[in-house]
Ligand binder design. Structure first.
Ligand code: UGA
Length: 436
């Protein structure tokens, strides 16, 4: 099929490349010329495992193009809108500026019988609003909402082999046609028996925000248990293992520590709650305020733990921070808990040496005041305390012997990703969030 993808960020670039890999003819569009130039040359503008290889292999088929030129999408049958929906400045609601702009830019180029497919995470009611506009301005086309569930770090795999497909479509024959077109787009996944749910717009929008709300709640649940464990001498990691064996609970997304960050979970739960309030249903989603608060408390606790470990103040102390990305296998530092902690320690007067395998440049743009070093060795040299704040495999595998150059022997594990026995037996003080 001929497909366009509007927005070539973490979601759109991966979607475009994967669709081409699956045999479609794809044009990716973005307003950012530098991003388009990189993609057109087969270079990923951000770190995502597998994407560079995919850009090269899909590019070699001649089926993948990138452009800033909107009219270039005119012969596509299906147009995906994959732009960001960040948090509004000064508020909790989602900023729909980019969705609205992308939609307005697509409308003049819609061929007869074409389909516009929203992938961006939006407040409930957005698709119905856009469908009304489409009915007036381009009645020859239809709107569908097809939320995306990919995780950064696993984006290529999640897109090529999704765990489910959700289509929000209008009622009647128009909706049936839209579902048939989406079935063609996702023919490979459907042939592999991927579950497919065809529903209305509101349900499709709700599936996405409620899935992220559930995941955020699960993480904050275990982090609330970590607070209890900390005060009572219990071990939250053993607790997670033990309750996780109950298949109804499950062990995934029960890793306690510094909590969730990134460009999705934090802003999505806030936007969801804001939308609930607009709908007069604030009480139904009030708990998400608690989920957010528990999550943010973990960062406070990490700063406090660092102060405690250094005898009450961090001022003038040398602190090594390993990990800046909001999670491993990403260079994304949007709402990164580790970067937040590093910058707070800096504000309290510490000399903070930070490193990350991939996120130094993205972090530097947000926090130029921190001292960036390329290696763990340089970060820990002379450090009074070492903080592991993003659980990159590289850091999980480090041995105490590699930290000889540190001046203190204190390690603070913000992700419960190190083996306490190993560090303690090497003479280190090991402390973490939620373990004795
Ligand atoms: C999340 C969802 O997992 C995806 O399904 C969704 O498609 C995506 O948002 C989105 O809306 O686009 P992502 O933001 O890539 O994906 O990252 P996650 O793997 O969900 O991790 C989010 C945060 O939670 C990270 O900071 C991670 O460190 C933290 N986390 C995750 C925990 O603290 N504990 C866990 O057990 C799991």
């Amino acid at each position: 099929m001929k497909i366009s993808v509007i927005g070539c960020g973490y979601l759109g670039a991966v979607h475009a490349a994967c669709m081409a890999e699956l045999g479609h003819e794809v044009v990716g569009v973005d307003v950012d010329q530098a991003k388009i130039d990189a993609l057109a040359e087969g270079r990923a503008p951000f770190f995502e495992p597998g994407l560079p290889e995919l850009l090269v292999s899909a590019g070699a088929t001649g089926r993948l193009r990138f452009t800033t030129d909107m009219p270039g999408i005119a012969d596509a049958q299906v147009h995906f809108i994959a732009v960001g929906t960040p948090q509004k400045d000064g508020g909790h609601a989602a900023d729909l500026r980019f969705v609205d702009a992308a939609f307005a830019a697509v409308v003049p180029h819609l061929a007869d019988g074409s389909l516009v497919v929203g992938k961006s995470t939006v407040p409930i009611g957005t698709a119905a609003r856009l469908a009304e506009i489409l009915a007036e301005t381009a009645p020859q086309a239809t709107l569908a909402w097809n939320p995306e569930f990919l995780r950064e770090g696993f984006a290529v795999n999640d897109t090529l082999t999704p765990d489910r497909l959700v289509y929000g479509v209008p009622a009647g024959v128009e909706g049936e046609r839209a579902a048939r077109l989406l079935d063609e787009v996702y023919a490979t996944a459907l042939a592999a028996n991927t579950p497919r749910i065809v529903t209305d717009y509101a349900t499709a929008e709700l599936v996405k925000v409620s899935a992220n709300a559930f995941l955020a709640t699960k993480i904050s649940f275990i982090n609330a248990m970590a607070e209890i464990a900390e005060a009572t001498g219990a071990d939250v990691t053993q607790l997670a293992d033990a309750i996780g064996h109950d298949a109804r609970i499950g062990r995934r997304f029960l890793n306690s520590g510094l909590g969730f960050g990134g460009g999705c979970l934090p802003k999505d739960i806030r936007a969801f709650r804001a939308r609930g309030e607009e709908l007069g249903l604030g009480a139904s989603l009030d708990f998400l305020g608690e989920v957010d608060a528990i999550n943010l408390r973990r960062r406070d606790r990490m700063v406090e733990l660092t102060r405690e470990a250094l005898g009450g103040t961090v001022a003038g102390k040398r602190i090594a921070v390993l990990g800046l990305a909001f999670k491993p296998d990403s260079d994304d530092v949007r709402d990164s808990p580790s970067l937040d902690v590093a910058s707070r320690l800096h504000k309290e007067g510490a000399v903070v040496l930070v490193t990350d395998p991939e996120a130094i440049e993205t972090a530097r743009r947000q926090h130029p005041e921190l001292s960036y070093v390329p290696t763990v060795g340089e970060a820990v040299a002379g450090a009074d305390v070492v903080l592991v704040l993003t659980e990159w495999k590289l850091y999980r595998d480090l041995a105490p012997a590699e930290f000889e150059a540190a001046s203190g022997r204190i390690i603070l594990d913000g992700r419960n990703c190190l083996d306490p026995t190993r560090w303690r037996s090497a003479g280190w003080v090991y402390r973490s969030l939620g373990r004795p």
